[in-house]
Design a protein around this ligand. Structure first.
Ligand code: ATP
Ligand code: MG
Ligand code: MG
Ligand code: MG
Length: 476
């Protein structure tokens, strides 16, 4: 079943049950806490918080999401994309646990001829919050699940909140057992992909405050209404229903891998290291396309930097696969071709998008051209001296003189089995910043001291840590 068909079925299922179909919000919303929309509920936040009255009692959507926190997982697990689409159904004070569980069960196990997704009921496992007897009982009575396949999890896994005072509640997650060839029996295990998490049902029921950790907070009291917020990973369902091994092999993503394989002359599936690179290429090209489509341009501030990092990683991964020519002009149109059915606006906007992307690749290629040799010499020297790490000074020189962002140095060092003295690097960056400040003071009154600006930008902008620390926590 094609991804677009799964999306259609999801929306149709909930529309038939009276939900208003709401189009995806853009990836960028005016929310200071959020770099990008990272869950389907984000556009509905004011309704859940009771700040605004929803114009409908129930809604359904397929929301574009970006989770940069998952960047390191891409290609290594079977299930994480930096961009993905979250199918959701939402109830604002209408139905609660029973409705959410009944809807989910019918869609997941409903026969394909009746509009369902056709999963084998025997392969479905769920988790509930320990002590949530009501949900356990519903999974028994609505779905007929045996106790073994209804597993208790603690607050850490099965309680949802936003990390700040606001709404919260227990959740129940749905997993599909991919079979014994993918791992041991016994139910979902964190970070193993035999039991694949496909859907999270959140029972938003109370207001919480004083959040100290994922599992440490105080409950103020019940919300005025009991709400439902669910999120189903569209690509995850697609990978299962298409009989694939991971989400990078689904119909919306895999054609980029195929093109990359043609260009590099390497076969996908031949070895693990290359396979991860192929998946990174396909994932990042698609995320780049979707971000640029929503108006993000590469830059050194938080959002632009995430895009820059994704595009650069795609380009570098192609190089590591042996392809040195400009890669994005070959790959981006392939991704567009897969995504335009669901997002037709991308096509009209593509002339702008490709211009932005190719300019970024050109700039990166010249950075790489200048710095790579310097990096290689430094790395060889460390190894010849019997060392295991690149000095902070070397990383600083690469940054300061050759424009090498620290994340690139870290990544290249890692590929050579070397560490980087990141503290040393940061100390040198701080020193430079202080010097620039002193300079600026001395020159007070001189107009447009771009040197100081540039130094401050260097110090604060394009570092890996910046990109990570400014990210909000994931929503579930
Ligand atoms: P995981 O534990 O696999 O990282 P999660 O618990 O972080 O997933 P939720 O926050 O519960 O995910 O999001 C709801 C659903 O969205 C998940 O059940 C999953 O199907 C999907 N999803 C989450 N993160 C990703 C991702 N990076 N790529 C693709 N789908 C995702
Ligand atoms: Mg996650
Ligand atoms: Mg999870
Ligand atoms: Mg989850």
């Amino acid at each position: 079943m094609q991804t677009a068909e799964i999306r259609r079925r999801f929306l149709a299922h909930f529309e038939a049950a009276g939900h208003t179909v709401v189009p995806s919000a853009p990836l960028l919303l005016e929310d200071p806490n959020l770099l990008f929309v990272n869950a389907g509920m984000v556009p509905f936040k004011p309704y859940f918080l009771g700040q605004e009255t929803p114009p409908y009692g129930t809604a359904t959507s397929v929301q574009k999401c970006v989770r940069t926190l998952d960047i390191e997982e891409v290609g290594k697990t079977t299930r994480h994309g930096t961009f993905f689409q979250m199918n959701g159904n939402f109830s604002f004070g209408q139905y609660f646990k029973e409705g959410a569980i009944t809807h989910a069960w019918r869609l997941v196990t409903g026969h394909v001829d009746d509009g369902g997704l056709g999963f084998d009921a025997e392969k479905v496992w769920v988790t509930v919050l320990e002590g949530d007897h009501e949900s356990r009982e519903l999974w028994r009575s609505v779905a007929g699940l045996p106790d073994e396949r209804i597993q208790d999890r603690d607050l850490n896994d099965n309680y949802w909140h936003m990390g700040v005072p606001g709404p919260g509640g227990p959740c129940s997650e749905i997993y599909i057992d991919r079979g014994p060839e993918f791992g041991p029996d016994g139910g979902p295990v964190v970070d193993e992909d035999r039991f694949l998490e496909i859907w999270n049902l959140v029972f938003m029921q109370e207001e919480i405050t004083n959040v100290r950790a994922k599992d440490q907070f105080d409950v103020v009291g019940p919300l005025p209404s009991q709400n439902i917020d669910t999120g189903m990973g569209l690509e995850r369902v697609a990978y299962l229903l298409q009989g694939k091994q991971n989400l990078y092999e689904t119909d919306e993503v895999f054609p980029v891998i195929e093109r990359a394989s043609q260009l590099t002359g390497r076969t996908y599936g031949a070895n693990h290291v290359d396979d991860v690179r192929f998946r990174v290429v396909a994932d990042h090209v698609r995320s780049g396309l979707m971000l640029m489509g929503d108006g993000v341009t590469p830059g050194n501030e938080a959002r632009g930097y995430v895009l820059r990092r994704l595009l650069r990683r795609a380009v570098r991964s192609m190089r590591l696969l042996g392809y040195e020519d400009p890669a994005l002009p070959e790959l981006l149109p392939v991704s567009l071709d897969r995504m335009k059915a669901s997002y037709p606006e991308l096509e009209a906007d593509f002339p702008r998008i490709e211009q932005v992307a190719y300019a970024e690749e050109d700039a990166f290629r010249s950075t790489l051209g200048k710095g790579t040799q310097i990096f290689d010499v430094a790395a060889q020297k460390v190894k010849a001296d019997g060392g295991t790490g690149l000095s902070g000074e070397a990383a600083f020189t690469l940054h300061d003189t050759y424009g090498f962002p620290i994340d690139l140095t870290l990544e290249m060092a890692q590929e050579q089995g070397l560490s980087v003295d990141a503290d040393g690097f940061r100390a040198l960056m701080a020193e430079q910043k202080a010097r620039a400040k002193a300079d600026a003071k001395a020159k007070k009154g001189v107009h447009a001291d771009t040197h100081a600006y540039r130094a401050a930008l260097d110090a604060n902008g394009p570092t890996d840590w910046q990109a990570y620390t400014t990210l909000s926590t994931e929503s579930r």
